[in-house]
Design a protein around this ligand. Structure first.
Ligand SMILES: CC(C)(COP(=O)(O)OP(=O)(O)OC[C@H]1O[C@@H](n2cnc3c(N)ncnc32)[C@H](O)[C@@H]1OP(=O)(O)O)[C@@H](O)C(=O)NCCC(=O)NCCS
Length: 150
């Protein structure tokens, strides 16, 4: 696949904010992405022919990773890009000695829930009103050591 992946740079944040508004009901703000850079989290951008087509990142909390964001630009969805990125993030986490990965996803986002199932994630809890006290989140979890993640 003719794509590259690199750590998020400050000058790329505006492009991420644009994609966020297209794909999420509760989009991240510019400040939230800037905090990721400032706090040195593991946040990466996928580019194809110089264009940002996907991004995602996780925080490390001891031997766990919390996947805080992952998105593919609408015109590039359903082409394996999300799988490429998640596989890459999981491998990076494993290299860091991380054993488990967890995430929250909007309960009505069935496409993303199917996507994470494919990678061995399972639902472990519901957080009521997680999104601005309105929409629920499903908490998902994967044991990276069991080989569940493809
Ligand atoms: C969820 C998302 C990251 C998936 O990325 P993608 O590049 O479109 O997914 P892939 O092409 O790699 O698909 C991998 C698998 O995910 C599942 N999947 C992806 N899109 C799906 C959809 N619209 N409906 C149902 N299942 C879907 C399928 O199981 C698919 O496998 P298949 O192609 O064998 O059917 C992407 O659709 C996206 O960015 N959505 C908006 C933001 C979002 O919801 N992010 C995740 C929540 S935190």
């Amino acid at each position: 696949m003719n794509i590259s992946i690199h750590p998020l740079k400050r000058e790329e944040v505006d492009s991420l904010v644009t994609i966020e508004k297209e794909v999420f009901s509760y989009p991240w703000t510019k400040k939230m992405f800037e905090q990721e850079i400032e706090e040195g989290s593991h946040f990466f951008v996928v580019k194809k022919s110089g264009m940002i087509i996907a991004y995602g990142g996780f925080w490390q909390i001891e031997d766990e990773a919390h996947l805080v964001n992952l998105a593919v630009a609408p015109s590039h969805q359903k082409k394996g890009i999300g799988s490429y990125l998640l596989r890459w993030l999981i491998n990076r986490a494993k290299e860091m000695g991380i054993k488990r990965m967890t995430l929250e996803v909007e309960a009505k986002n069935s496409a993303a829930i199917s996507f994470y199932h494919k990678f061995g994630f399972s639902e472990i809890a519901i957080r009521k009103g997680y999104y601005e006290q309105k929409d629920d989140a499903i908490v998902m979890w994967s044991n990276l050591q069991s080989g569940g993640a493809i």
